[in-house]
Design a protein around this ligand. Structure first.
Ligand SMILES: [Zn+2]
Length: 174
């Protein structure tokens, strides 16, 4: 190996270490370690970077929310963030949701099941449903931006907002 290669490798390992330092959850730490074990350092770095870039591509606010809340980079196993932007007459503002312990569950009559209630997608939708119920509003349209692919549970229940509240829902996720 030439001196240059050594320097590069050191730099790559430093950057991997920086990423590892941002990880908060046991499942993201496990995922990180598994990838580092399975791949060459440069390949691992590229994989993490491309995962991290997803949220900014989907909607820049997703990455901003991650940074505001200190959620670390968007690798597998890190908390999920969802952003719900709507056009519903009588309802103001946007809604966001974060998975797991980073937010409490939201009370609403939206049929989400026990799992999706703890997921970013379900929480953002439950906030909207609660406001629509309180104001007795139905209809309109909304787009849900999510920084990771939807899980099987959420895929089944997100359209409850359409069935129960008549909101035409579009999902944008990687
Ligand atoms: Zn989910």
């Amino acid at each position: 190996m030439s001196g240059d290669d050594n320097e590069n490798l050191e730099e790559i390992l430093d950057q991997l270490q920086e990423i590892e330092a941002t990880l908060l959850l046991p499942q993201s730490k496990n995922y990180f370690q598994q990838v580092v074990q399975d791949l060459e350092p440069l390949e691992a770095l590229k994989k993490f970077r491309s995962e991290a870039a997803r949220s900014a591509r989907i909607h820049p606010r997703l990455e901003a929310i991650r940074q505001e809340l200190g959620l670390g980079i968007n690798i597998e196993g890190s908390p999920t963030v969802a952003l719900l932007i709507h056009n519903i007459p009588g309802i103001e503002g946007e809604y966001q949701g974060v998975s797991g312990k980073f937010e409490p569950n939201v009370r609403s009559d939206l049929r989400l099941g026990a799992v999706s209630l703890t997921h970013a997608e379900g929480r953002a939708l439950a906030k909207l449903a609660a406001d629509m119920q309180a104001k007795n509003i139905t209809g309109g349209e909304a787009t849900l931006y999510v920084d990771k692919p939807l899980c099987n549970y959420c895929q089944k229940v997100v359209f409850s907002i359409q069935k129960q509240y008549g909101v035409k829902l579009t999902i944008i996720a990687p």
